[in-house]
Ligand binder design. Structure first.
Ligand code: NAD
Ligand code: UGA
Length: 443
């Protein structure tokens, strides 16, 4: 099938490459010309395991082209899959500016029947609104259009695995034939389909992310209590997760969730609830717990070490491992908290960061603040003279850092593990004063 994927970001590029790999003829279109140039040069504009190799392979196959030409994008394919960003506005609702731009471009260049597939996460009601917008702009007797909701569930860091092995494929629409055509796109994947109306499909996406966010906040809240009563949260989560009704997934306590989706999708749900004048108290509380989890952890650090004037090494600024994405990153927010506490120097190591300019702060840092942050690209010297090491992201390489050597070079051997990632016994054996999130096995 001929498919144009509109928006070549994390989701769009992954989807376009996977669809080409499945045998489709794909155009990956983006307004960002530099991004398109880099993709055509076989350079991935972001970091995602395995995707660079797939990009090289498929560019050679000729089954994918990357283009910033809107006319080519719209006219050459019957299937137009939208994966542009839908970030939060300051009021919390999803900003549909990019979706609106895409509708304009489709209306301008339409040259035949089109199925418009919405992969972007869009508020409940958007697909129906999109259809109405297009019908108002296009002579649909001449150029029939159908809009189909097809939300994406991949995770960054495992985007390829998730795309080849989707947990389910949700398709929301009104026209049986359009739904069947969208199913055909994925026919070689052997996925389970769930078909429904637009609103149900849109709500499945938001309710899934909201549920996972609340699940993380739940275990984090239990961790706060576990910490006070001597229960080990890792054991608690493992024991709970053995119940298939609970499952062990997304049950890891830490410094909270971040990323480009959980925070914004929770905000959109809360915004919608406010519009509809109902109180989503559980979701609201889940967000509150997450918003205060870093402060809770910093307080925990302070109960061991006064932070003012100290040198701290922070491991990780990506919002999770195996990605360079820092949107709503807990690691970045933690650094900002430490700066507010008067820390003298913060050293940062993240495999995707080589300069200070690559850190996406969540607020404007003044000169004094940014001068206190230094990026280290090699681990050998990073720990010399620091008063504490704080781990915020579970990059696998952090586990094999020279912990035994580092402990001999630090000013004081505090190791605060914000993700319960390292082996506490091993770290204690080396001589670290290891503090995790409610890891009472040590007491
Ligand atoms: P992104 O910011 O990485 O990519 C969006 C791309 O769209 C950018 O390259 C941008 O230049 C492009 N764009 C903007 N306006 C455009 C236009 N008018 N025409 C063509 N291209 C345009 O975003 P993302 O992380 O890939 O997320 C995309 C959507 O998918 C969002 O709605 C998000 O909620 C959803 N989603 C994301 C993930 C994820 O893990 N990142 C997972 C599931 C769903
Ligand atoms: C999440 C969902 O898992 C995807 O299904 C969804 O498609 C995507 O959002 C989206 O809509 O964009 P992602 O944000 O890439 O995927 O990553 P997750 O693995 O879900 O992690 C999100 C955040 O939660 C990270 O900061 C992670 O460190 C944190 N987390 C995750 C925990 O604190 N504990 C856990 O047990 C799991």
């Amino acid at each position: 099938m001929k498919i144009t994927v509109i928006g070549s970001g994390y989701v769009g590029t992954t989807t376009a490459l996977v669809l080409a790999d499945l045998g489709h003829e794909v155009i990956s279109y983006d307004v960002d010309k530099l991004k398109i140039k880099r993709l055509n040069d076989a350079i991935l504009p972001f970091s995602e395991p395995g995707l660079d190799r797939l990009l090289q392979k498929l560019l050679q196959s000729g089954r994918i082209i990357f283009s910033s030409d809107s006319q080519t994008a719209i006219t050459q394919s019957e299937m137009l899959m939208i994966s542009v960003g839908t970030p939060s506005t300051s009021s919390g609702n999803a900003d549909l500016t990019y979706i609106q731009q895409v509708l304009e471009v489709i209306a301008t260049h339409i040259n035949g029947p089109k199925i418009i597939i919405t992969k972007s996460t869009v508020p409940i009601g958007t697909n129906r609104w999109m259809k109405q917008q297009l019908e108002a702009k296009i002579d649909t007797n001449k150029y029939p259009i159908e809009v189909v909701s097809n939300p994406e569930f991949l995770r960054e860091g495992s985007a390829l695995h998730d795309s080849y092995h989707p947990s389910r494929t949700v398709i929301g629409g009104e026209e049986h034939s359009a739904i069947e055509k969208v199913k055909q796109i994925y026919s070689s994947l052997g996925t389970s389909y769930f078909t429904c109306n637009y609103e149900t499909a849109e709500m499945i996406k938001y309710a899934s992310n909201g549920f996972l966010a609340v699940k993380i906040s739940y275990i984090n809240e239990i961790a706060r209590l576990a910490d006070l009563v001597g229960a080990d949260i890792e054991g608690v989560a493992a024991g709970m997760g053995m119940d298939p009704r609970i499952s062990p997934h997304h049950l890891y306590a830490g410094i909270g969730y971040g990323g480009s989706c959980f925070p914004k999708d929770v905000d959109e749900l809360l915004y919608l609830a406010k519009q509809k004048k109902i109180n989503l108290g559980l979701l609201k509380q889940g967000k509150r717990i997450n918003d205060s989890q870093i402060a809770w952890f910093v307080q925990k650090i302070e109960s061991h070490l006064s932070l003012e004037g100290k040198r701290i090494l922070v491991l990780g600024v990506a919002f999770k491992e195996d990605t360079d994405d820092q949107r709503e990153s807990p690691g970045v927010r933690l650094i900002e908290h430490l700066l507010d506490k008067g820390v003298d120097e913060i050293r940062v190591i993240d495999p995707t960061v080589t300069s200070l300019e690559q850190i996406h702060w969540s607020k404007n840092l003044n000169n004094n603040d940014s001068q206190r942050v230094n990026i280290f690209t090699k681990e050998d010297e990073a720990a010399i003279g620091v008063h504490a090491v704080v781990l915020t992201t579970t990059w696998s390489q952090f586990a094999t850092y020279p912990w035994a050597d580092w402990v001999t070079k630090v000013e004081s051997p505090y190791l605060f593990d914000g993700r319960n990632f390292l082996n506490p016994q091993e770290m204690q054996h080396y001589g670290w004063n290891y503090v995790g999130v409610a890891r009472s096995v040590l007491k």
